[in-house]
Design a protein. Structure first.
Length: 201
């Protein structure tokens, strides 16, 4: 018999255990964690042994909603969670990183991205890309676009840009081609305003 990942992490002092996207689980499944979250203990069914979390073990849940249904309709499949489960956590709403930090992520992952140039561009490419991302996020907040623009999209855009040597095609691959027709136009306007390039060309 060998311990699973959860048991091993619980026995490791100061470890952080992340339950990713827990809001996607049905409430009846998520509630199975309630005893563990309350007591810091689990019982291993195969052995009957009770494992208690070591000192400093922290449980973190990530979710795209505060534990209820998604009111925006962006995160389809989100499940309303039991109040007893939600009350076992302290909430912390995360925002996107500041623009300079996102640009550092891009240049760190793809050092050649700032060597890409677009006519009349006065800023480094990474800064321009993050600027586009933030304008698209504003469109999402306004309800004009339903697809969030994440750091994943930025990184995929940079990766494709370096491979394709074309910032427009790379943006289409990483984000624009995933949009519906009515959402595509405002995003294309943002791209045109930033780069002076029409996505339709």
């Amino acid at each position: 018999f060998r311990y699973g990942h959860l048991a091993k992490a619980m026995l490791d002092p100061l470890s952080t255990i992340v339950l990713d996207e827990m809001n996607m689980a049905p409430a009846t499944i998520a509630a199975q964690f309630n005893h563990l979250l309350e007591s810091g203990e689990i019982t291993v069914p195969e052995t009957g042994e009770t494992i208690t979390a070591a000192d400093g073990v922290t449980f973190v849940v990530t979710a795209n909603t505060p534990g209820m249904f998604d009111e925006t309709g962006i995160y389809a499949g989100s499940q309303a969670q039991n109040g007893a489960t939600r009350s076992r956590f302290a909430g912390l709403k995360m925002k996107y990183l500041p623009a300079d930090k996102e640009a550092k992520i891009l240049t760190g992952a793809y050092p050649g991205i700032n060597k890409m140039v677009v006519a009349d561009a006065a800023k480094p490419m990474a800064d321009l890309m993050v600027g586009v991302g933030n304008m698209v996020r504003a469109l999402v907040d306004e309800g004009q676009v339903s697809l969030p623009f994440t750091v994943r999209n930025l990184k995929e855009w940079a990766k494709s840009g370096l491979l394709l040597k074309d910032i427009r095609d790379a943006f289409s691959d990483a984000y624009a081609d995933l949009l519906g027709k009515s959402e595509w136009q405002p995003v294309a306007e943002v791209f045109l305003k930033t780069f002076g390039v029409d996505l339709e060309e």
